[in-house]
Ligand binder design. Structure first.
Ligand SMILES: [Mn+2]
Length: 303
């Protein structure tokens, strides 16, 4: 893994139904994400934020794709940024922001992988499957669509970001932590044959077995592993400051074991944390937890 980490803030809440995740990047910085990585031996550079206009200066033009023009513009910007960081041989760590950010990050990663002949895999750690299209989405919130977009499904304004090609193959994404999935999303997951470990599976088999199987599969089938960590995968009793809290999530130790096992595998090449919402938080505890989880994923060990 590259020893140079570049932090990129994506202060976006246009993709979400609830306000406040645009402050996520600040919350993560205030929770010392950079010093925690420096302490692990990384050279850390904060590249600042992708510029994003607030809701106050925009109107919703299409209720099935809310704030599409600004989200598309910001995701294209993020895609270019992430691609250039990877082309430079560095490790991008993207701070969100609502999960629509992944439309941009995965586009940039995939563009880099295309140029370098690498196969892209994504581990999507989330309570939600984020695989809606404008026709299946109950809300029109774009943060519920990034997986679909990355698979080439949905609005062309989004699927064409980073180049007009499918960014991700369904066999190269694995979900962990699902517990709130819309009916249209269930159909997509089954039809596309996506590997999905729900909370039922985690309770039944244990997080260790699931992560081990996932990493074994990724080791064989991909060259670039991206981690998309939605903080709402974690139980709200541990991380209440998230965009869309759902009961029954990952425990403190399940989250850390998952992250420690990813670090141990040595497989990851990029990471993003999404949906940190300080408005719903208490004394920034959720962002502090998130930065601890990131540190575990980047190699922090108990001993
Ligand atoms: Mn999500």
């Amino acid at each position: 893994m590259s020893k140079v980490v570049r932090l990129i803030g994506f202060p976006m809440d246009l993709g979400a139904g609830r306000r406040g995740v645009d402050m996520g990047p600040s919350a993560l910085r205030i929770a010392d994400i950079a010093p925690k990585l420096t302490a692990l031996g990384y050279e850390v550079y904060d590249e600042g934020d992708i510029p994003i206009q607030t809701q106050e200066v925009q109107t919703i033009e299409d209720n099935s794709l809310k704030y599409l023009p600004e989200i598309a513009k910001a995701c294209q910007h993020l895609s270019d940024k992430v691609e250039s960081v990877l082309d430079n041989g560095d490790f991008p760590l993207i701070l969100g922001g609502d999960h629509s950010m992944s439309i941009g990050s995965i586009a940039g990663i995939s563009a880099h992988c295309n140029k370098t002949g690498k196969r892209l895999g994504v581990l999507w750690i989330d309570a939600h499957s984020d695989i809606n299209t404008p026709s299946t989405s109950p809300t029109g919130n774009i943060h519920g669509m990034p997986v679909a977009v990355s698979l080439g499904l949905g609005a062309h304004e989004l699927t064409s970001i980073g180049g007009d090609f499918k960014k991700l193959k369904p066999e190269n994404i694995v979900y962990i932590g699902l517990r709130s999935v819309d009916d249209g999303e269930k159909d997509f997951i089954k039809k596309l044959g996506i590997t999905a470990y729900t909370m039922f599976d985690i309770d039944k088999y244990g997080i260790f077995t699931i992560v081990q199987n996932t990493l074994d599969k990724m080791r064989e089938s991909v060259d670039h592993l991206h981690i998309s960590f939605d903080l709402d995968s974690v139980d709200p009793t541990i991380a209440q400051g998230v965009g869309t809290p759902v009961q029954g999530g990952l425990s403190y130790r399940e989250t850390h074991l998952l992250m420690e096992m990813i670090a141990e595998s040595g497989l990851i090449s990029s990471f993003e944390v999404a949906e940190v919402n300080p408005i719903l938080d208490n004394m920034n505890t959720s962002a502090i937890f998130a930065t601890g989880a990131v540190a575990s994923c980047m190699g922090k060990r108990i001993l």
